[in-house]
Design a protein around this ligand. Structure first.
Ligand code: CA
Length: 225
């Protein structure tokens, strides 16, 4: 039986022209907005590799393999971005896009002619990426679209911790956690950059961060409790 690492290595080799990246090498360059991303791609190895790379930088992903499933998911879940292959079974990506044009979309396609690119962009898509592509380029384009389009989330929940960014309240297992304005500022920075290893210096340089370094340990203990 292949290990998880071994499975991914074989997957990468099978579709050799795609380069996998790690969260650490990407996160060093720039902070990433975390989003919910719907991947619509019928080629299973590509869908899987795209999903794993997006997840590695902290995004939540939903994978579907045809257009009808994409529309069903969009009816049931709020997503921030759709990665939409054009050549799909039953309903092609252009047709799918007619139904989802309010959701930011990047077309992923093997079609590389100028007319296809123009069609995708004139329909209103936010970007267009031709296969084969470098995974690092995909992550950069995803990040660029999210920075243009993503609305700031007003709530965050994880394992019993609830944060209301509007009222600036924190709850642990439904019990309110008292915090000072500076403590809340730092918590907001950490949540908005979750799943990314932030150096202490980087953390303090971010908007909203504080110089009260002792606060960090307090939030660490709350999230671990
Ligand atoms: Ca396809």
């Amino acid at each position: 039986m292949l290990s998880r690492t071994g499975s991914m290595a074989r997957l990468s080799r099978d579709i050799g022209f795609y380069n996998s990246v790690t969260s650490s090498c990407y996160a060093r360059e720039e902070l990433v907005l975390v989003a919910t991303i719907l991947i619509v791609e019928d080629e299973i190895p590509i869908n899987e590799l795209v999903r794993r790379n997006l997840q590695s930088v902290g995004h939540r992903c939903i994978s579907v393999f045809d257009g009808k499933a994409a529309l069903l998911e969009l009816e049931q879940h709020e997503v921030d971005l759709v990665l939409l292959d054009i050549m799909l079974p039953e309903m092609d990506g252009y047709e799918v896009y007619q139904h989802i044009c309010k959701t930011p979309t990047i077309f992923l396609t093997a079609r590389s002619s100028l007319s296809d690119k123009v069609k995708g962009l004139t329909l209103g898509a936010d970007d267009y990426l031709v296969k084969p592509f470098e995974m690092l380029e995909l992550l950069a384009r995803v990040d660029a679209v999210l920075r243009r389009t993503k609305k700031e989330s007003k709530h965050f929940e994880l394992d019993g911790v609830k944060i209301d960014f509007e009222s600036r309240q924190v709850f642990l297992n439904e019990n309110p956690v008292e915090c000072t304005p500076k403590e809340f500022d730092l918590l907001e920075v950490l949540v908005n950059n979750r799943n990314i290893a932030l150096s202490r210096d980087k953390c303090w340089s971010l908007p909203g961060a504080t110089t009260m370094q002792g606060i960090q340990g307090r939030w660490m203990s709350i999230f671990r409790s």
